[in-house]
Design a protein around this ligand. Structure first.
Ligand SMILES: Cc1ncc(COP(=O)(O)O)c(C=O)c1O
Length: 410
């Protein structure tokens, strides 16, 4: 049974007061809070078996390696991936950089199109811009309509060229919440070019809904631990092992080698080929416990809870005079990150005054400047919900917006 009041007791930080009021944390799209089991797992790792993984023959090293590899297996299962295709990274950003430097750069060239979209976080734009001059492919972006949806006619036109060799798209927008029909888009890309590869930004979807690499028909899935109840500093690139196998390494150094002589190096098997250096071990273990926690709650129930919150939050916000909500209006079509504008007020002013009311939201471009420009703004205010968010917090959000309007005499 999904009981949000019981769940909240798992998150120590939610007991805090801010400016003399209970904290109303509506910034989970930026980073999620951590349950006690994750915090404890990290301490326990350091207290009981801290050692370097894959290196020692001693008991501590064996235990650390076992904890690390068990976390990999559980995280892989969580997203329907083969553990051999689950590369630990620092975050989603690093996962995209691996695809850019180890796939786009060596496998795409002049005449090929790398197709991204205008809806993306900078993590799914800038890496392609960095490698484009080195590889010579055409970098194109699917436009976004003012209501926050991909322009599918424009998508189809680009795809019809048959030249799209890498298509990359966010599963769930961190700004407008839009859930994209990834499997359907992937099918269209593959129909026009059977050699095409599909990369998915799961940074917002993996924490909030059931996600399965194969059901998405994706070759790569990038996500970050800190947005899904895990620690910062750990994330993953989930991919098909045979594809990762064909790719050259990204970073060089220890762990990723099979043999080294001064004349040259042979590389380790996947996923280790992409994990140079000592990994963020306690963080990986912590993320393993975070996915256990999410799995025990049930991702379908997490999603259902957020859909219910959206069903209350969207009309409540729209009922406030002067408020415009960006993105889809049907809760089923979107995630729980809600960007909005308040007529005559700057998002940073809104965020600052709301903080005084104990309500934490995010104001800015949310690392998605091209998308925010489509909305006709330089910035938005964003309230984002998670599994521990409550209907009462929606009320607090609306009250804080009203208080902000009064403060600025609007
Ligand atoms: C949709 C999306 N993609 C990618 C990222 C990048 O995540 P990270 O900064 O953890 O690498 C974020 C973070 O906000 C995001 O929301």
């Amino acid at each position: 049974m999904f009981d949000v009041e019981t769940i909240r007791k798992d998150f120590p930080v939610l007991e805090r007061q801010v400016h003399g009021r209970p904290v109303v944390y509506l910034n989970s799209a930026a980073t999620a809070q951590k349950p006690r089991v994750v915090i404890d797992a990290i301490s326990r790792f350091y207290e009981t078996c801290n050692s370097n993984v894959h290196r020692g023959v001693d008991a501590l090293s064996e235990e650390a390696t076992e904890a690390f590899e068990s976390a990999r297996a559980r995280i892989a299962r969580f997203v329907g991936a083969d553990p051999r295709g689950l590369v630990f990274t620092r975050n989603a950003t690093e996962a995209f950089n691996i695809i850019a430097y180890s796939y786009a750069r060596p496998f795409l060239g002049p005449g090929d199109i790398l197709l991204s979209t205008q809806m993306e976080h900078h993590a799914n734009i800038v890496p392609w811009q960095l490698v484009q001059p080195l590889a010579g492919f055409d970098l194109r972006f699917v436009p976004v309509t003012p209501d926050g949806l991909l322009d599918l006619e424009a998508f189809d036109e680009i795809v019809a060229t048959g030249r799209v060799k890498l298509f990359t798209v966010t599963h769930m927008s961190n700004v407008v919440g839009t859930i994209n029909p990834v499997a359907e888009l992937a099918a269209r890309v593959r129909a026009a070019n059977p050699e095409a590869v599909v990369a998915v930004d799961g940074a917002q979807s993996v924490p909030h809904m059931p996600v399965d690499l194969l059901a998405l028909d994706a070759d790569f899935l990038c996500f970050s631990g800190h947005k899904m109840c895990g620690p910062a500093g750990i994330g993953a690139l989930a991919g098909k092992p045979e594809l990762l196998d064909r790719m050259p390494p990204f970073l060089g150094g220890g762990e990723m080698i099979s043999n080294v002589t001064l004349e040259g190096t042979t590389f380790n098997e996947v996923p280790y080929k992409f994990e140079a250096g000592t990994p963020a071990t306690a963080e990986a273990v912590g993320l393993g416990v975070a996915v256990d926690y999410l799995s025990a709650l049930g991702m379908a129930d997490v999603r259902a809870h957020e859909v219910e919150l959206l069903g209350a939050a969207l009309p409540a916000l729209e009922a406030v005079d002067g408020v415009t909500v960006h993105g889809p209006h049907d809760p089923e079509d979107r995630g729980a990150a809600i960007s909005f504008a308040v007529e005559g007020l700057h998002p940073h002013d809104i965020g600052t005054i709301m903080d005084r009311e104990g309500v934490m939201v995010r104001a800015g471009h949310h690392c998605a400047k091209p998308l925010v420009r489509v909305l006709g703004a330089a910035a938005t205010t964003r309230a984002s919900f998670y599994l521990y968010s409550t209907a009462g917090e929606i009320g607090a959000l609306v009250d804080a917006i009203e208080a902000t309007k009064r403060f600025f005499d609007r």
